[in-house]
Design a protein around this ligand. Structure first.
Ligand SMILES: Nc1ncnc2c1ncn2[C@@H]1O[C@H](COP(=O)(O)OP(=O)(O)OP(=O)(O)O)[C@@H](O)[C@H]1O
Ligand SMILES: [Mg+2]
Length: 306
């Protein structure tokens, strides 16, 4: 998947996680018990899973971030390499621990409840090699957990004319400093609420755009998404599917969104494509299990309800 000059179309810098998923009939209340119906372990994390989406769509990607020297670190790396994603800049701290999550998915609603551990390891180091690769790519995707590294990379990308995309899941320390360096801000309803204090996702768009992003989108699960670019404002309903698991819908949406950017599609077309990718992802347990092929996405776009 490496392009002629050894560079990548998309570089992602951010969370690479090891997910342990469990399917239950109903999410229990505190002090209750419930039986696990199905379990699965696989790689996760917003940036990493977005890159898996892109790679399955045929885009060359490199995943940058940090893992620990624990077994999970090795599993995270393998889960990316087997998707054809370059991991040269996935830095391993031998004495550190990896990010991990236990995810409980409820049958019926397909909603996921996440318990996660950040792990403790050396933060990502922006090396001269990384800088060179960054300057040669088309798009940088960030999720901002490692705030200092994300800010440094975003500044470098801006200087090199590389487009930047931020997946804002939770408003974190450092998120605000990052915003002026972001071209495409695609955030969760939670991030929008924390940032703008507004109940409805659409009401946060103008505030989020104040830092100069070319386009802002807020996603809100099965309610779909709302976008703003210049004077264009629109909503995109979620495709109607019978979901098994919504874990990673946002991550896969970002992958689809970046695919649209690379094709230079209009924003409405890009967002609709992203929504179709995310809807198809819900077919199976796990953030990555059912990430679609390009053919599947086009088929849903043609026949689907959204
Ligand atoms: N139940 C669903 N059915 C169809 N599409 C869905 C469903 N849930 C989510 N999506 C699609 O995925 C997009 C992103 O989902 P969501 O807003 O839940 O992401 P998120 O809050 O970032 O969560 P995460 O990153 O943890 O997956 C939605 O805008 C929608 O297009
Ligand atoms: Mg998200």
């Amino acid at each position: 998947l490496v392009t002629e000059c050894g560079s990548f179309q998309v570089i992602g810098l951010g969370q690479c996680c090891w997910d342990r998923l469990h399917l239950v009939d109903r999410y229990p209340a505190v002090d209750e018990k419930t039986e696990i119906k199905q379990s699965l372990e696989q790689g996760g994390g917003p940036v990493a899973t977005a890159l898996v989406t892109l790679s399955r769509l045929g885009v060359s990607c490199a995943c940058c971030g940090s893992v620990g020297g624990d077994p999970e670190g090795g599993l995270i790396r393998k889960s990316l390499e087997q998707e054809g994603i370059d991991c040269e800049d996935l830095q391993m701290d031998p004495t550190g621990s990896s990010q991990q999550a236990t995810i409980i998915v409820e049958t019926g609603s397909a909603l996921r409840t996440i318990f996660w551990q950040r792990g403790a390891r050396r933060p990502f180091v922006v090396s001269p090699d990384f800088q060179q690769r960054l300057c040669a790519c088309s798009i940088l995707l960030l999720d901002g957990l490692d705030a200092a590294a994300a800010l440094e990379a975003a500044r470098l990308a801006r200087k090199a004319g590389v487009a930047t995309v931020l997946d804002g899941g939770t408003l974190r320390e450092g998120s605000r400093q990052l915003l002026p360096f972001i071209d495409h801000l695609v955030v969760s309803a939670r991030f929008a609420r924390q940032y703008a204090g507004s109940e409805h996702p659409e009401d946060a768009l103008s505030a989020l755009a104040e830092h100069g992003a070319a386009a802002v989108t807020v996603t809100a699960g099965e309610q779909g998404s709302w976008s703003l670019a210049g004077k264009t404002r629109f909503s995109q309903p979620a495709f109607r599917v019978d979901p098994v698991d919504t874990t990673g819908c946002g991550d896969v949406f970002h992958g689809g969104y970046i695919y649209g950017l690379l094709q230079q599609w209009s924003l409405p077309r890009t967002v609709r494509f992203a929504a179709a990718c995310a809807a198809l992802k819900t077919r199976q347990l796990g953030g990555r299990s059912a990430i679609p092929s390009l053919r599947d996405v086009f088929q849903l776009e043609d026949s689907g309800d959204a």
